[in-house]
Design a protein around this ligand. Structure first.
Ligand code: ZN
Length: 351
């Protein structure tokens, strides 16, 4: 077995290591947002593949039936959000400590109170700074989320190797502190590498948030970006990138000027609560973006299948025909896989 890359001492023997902390994703990926373990019910949408569904051990088969017929290729057997054997149990417990501090410093209740307290605002976004929360612990947690997604290859995500190594060194140094598992939110820790971080969050009550079940990780590098439910984390490799970034981030970049806002939150344990309009437009952009990608993906699948089965590239009107038939079958309750098969059979009937 490989050694744990963080401590380099123990074996990387920990099973089921969450790439994104459970407290950040639990409401997104469990049935009706219950947040209970083994109640995972989530979909992966990738343009080139059929939608895949992952269900935890305690999900009843009837609940899965609600989503219509599923072909076997659409059933995900491995938990997409966790990995086995990437680090050791000891280091995982220390990561859990970092998570527990963040979760208790920024509870929903505290955020709500802070929001109502009319704090500093920039362009109507509310800035919450927790002075009792040592920023070295706050930043290390966020670094560790990107690090875990990178070593676990979450949705193909990768940090630049140099950055991944630097975060690994930070974690190694921090975790060598005696009694790290009991570290307090106001204990200052020292490590070598810092990266600009901007954390934003939606405020609206969760029931209304149409994107509350979205977990999105981008392939962008300037900045690295993870969105999970209402949380959005940006990590920049260097200060200079704050000014030069051109990433769209579903509209966040134009809503929040990174280099301007960073002056207010630099070296602070913070959350920027986005104003309602901003939140609505990001949600809308996200949905439109994924719908578009999905449409392009389905049409590509049709072209590939046509070449594969019939041997020629389809004319546009043929692609369009199969595309329409596909949705007719889908609406009749067939699985995505079977709908595609039937759409091709329909084509065969008429040609
Ligand atoms: Zn370790």
């Amino acid at each position: 077995m490989d050694k744990c890359p963080i401590c380099r001492t123990n074996n990387a023997d920990k099973k089921n290591v969450h790439l994104i902390p459970w407290f950040l994703i639990k409401k997104c990926i469990t049935q009706r947002g219950s947040g209970e373990r083994d109640m995972e019910l989530s979909f992966s949408i990738e343009p080139q593949k059929f939608t895949k569904i992952y269900t935890g051990r305690s999900i009843l088969p009837e609940s899965v039936d609600e989503f219509g017929e599923l072909h076997d290729v659409q059933k995900e057997n491995h938990n997409p959000y966790s990995r086995d054997n990437i680090i050791c149990s000891e280091c995982e417990e220390k990561l859990s400590r970092l998570e527990a501090i963040f979760a208790s410093q920024f509870t929903d209740n505290k955020i709500r109170k802070a929001f109502q307290a009319k704090l500093d605002k920039i362009n109507n976004h509310t800035i919450i700074v927790d002075k009792k929360y040592e920023e070295s612990l706050y930043e290390l947690l966020i670094q560790s989320i990107f690090y875990r997604c990178s070593i676990g290859g979450f949705n193909g995500f990768k940090l630049n190797v140099e950055i991944q190594n630097k975060i690994e060194i930070n974690l190694r140094k921090a975790f060598s502190i005696e009694n790290f598992k009991k570290i307090k939110q106001n204990d200052k820790i020292v490590y070598d590498y810092k990266f600009p971080i901007i954390t934003t969050s939606f405020f609206i009550s969760e029931g209304e948030d149409t994107t509350k079940n979205f977990i999105v990780i981008n392939f962008s590098r300037f900045p690295y970006f993870i969105m999970t439910g209402k949380w959005m984390f940006q990590l920049f490799e260097a200060n200079k990138h704050l000014k030069s970034t051109v990433e769209w981030l579903y509209g966040l970049q134009s809503i929040l000027n990174a280099s301007e806002i960073y002056n207010f939150v630099k070296n602070k344990s913070h959350i920027i609560l986005l104003e309602e309009e901003a939140e609505k437009s990001i949600s809308k952009n996200l949905i439109e973006y994924f719908t578009q990608k999905r449409i392009i993906g389905i049409k590509q699948t049709i072209r590939y299948l046509h070449i594969y089965t019939i041997g020629t590239k389809p004319e546009n009107k043929i692609t369009q025909y199969i595309y329409q038939r596909y949705f007719i079958h889908l609406n009749e309750g067939k699985s995505e896989f079977n709908s595609m098969v039937h759409a091709f059979l329909d084509l065969k009937k008429i040609s």
